[in-house]
Design a binder for this molecule. Structure first.
Ligand code: MG
Length: 203
């Protein structure tokens, strides 16, 4: 399976990192070894001193497709979850400054903790889903899908121009503002519409 991730999809997050607003979604991939499931702890790696949390809603692909038209895109994902796109911001900044690919800053082991998934039919309106991240019980990030530059259908359609989507693939759909560093000992909890989906510790 593949993990796609969309960068720069929420305006206020683009502004906090002083990035440019993209004309098309920014896509990167994480390997399957990035996944942490079942609230497994995240072990802080040696190669970074500045790992950032980015809470993001997830889509689960339910059938194979490529060159999917936006109007049919909703048939290609059927479940929603939530995850953290852990980012080694120090490595990323260094690589970005040199104009090099920042793959390792995003795809390292454990960089994709994910929740269990629920049917998208549970949600009345996919363009109005609230989600948030708490650290040690304090809310640090809050988002709503209506604030996305590119909505779920557009993302699926766009990604499928370049990559064949396969059943089981996961898409990280971008983070709202409020990203910041994690510390060993902290507890991260992620919520969709006030329901806790993810709850794990930094070790
Ligand atoms: Mg992200």
């Amino acid at each position: 399976m593949k993990i796609f991730a969309i960068g720069r999809n929420y305006v206020e997050h683009i502004e906090e990192l002083e990035n440019e607003r993209p004309d098309e979604p920014v896509i990167f991939l994480k390997p399957d070894t990035a996944i942490l499931k079942n609230n497994e702890p995240f072990y802080y790696p040696e190669f970074s001193n500045n790992i950032h949390f980015e809470v993001e809603l997830l889509l689960k692909v339910c059938k194979e497709g490529k060159n999917i038209e936006e109007k049919f895109a909703n048939k290609y994902y059927d479940e929603i979850g939530i995850g953290i796109d852990f980012t080694a911001r120090d490595l990323q900044s260094k690589l970005k400054a040199k104009g090099l690919p920042w793959e390792i800053a995003k795809g390292f082991n454990g960089s994709a903790p994910i929740s269990s998934f629920v049917p998208k039919s549970n949600f009345k309106n996919l363009n109005d889903i609230n989600f948030s991240l708490q650290i040690n019980g304090e809310t640090r990030q809050e988002g709503n899908t209506r604030l996305m530059l590119f909505n779920f259908d557009y993302i699926i359609s766009y990604v499928s121009k370049f990559y064949t989507l396969k059943k089981g693939d996961i898409v990280f759909t971008g983070t709202p503002k409020g990203v910041g560093p994690i510390k060993i000992g902290e507890k991260l909890s992620a919520y969709i519409n006030n329901e806790k989906f993810l709850d794990f510790e930094i070790k």
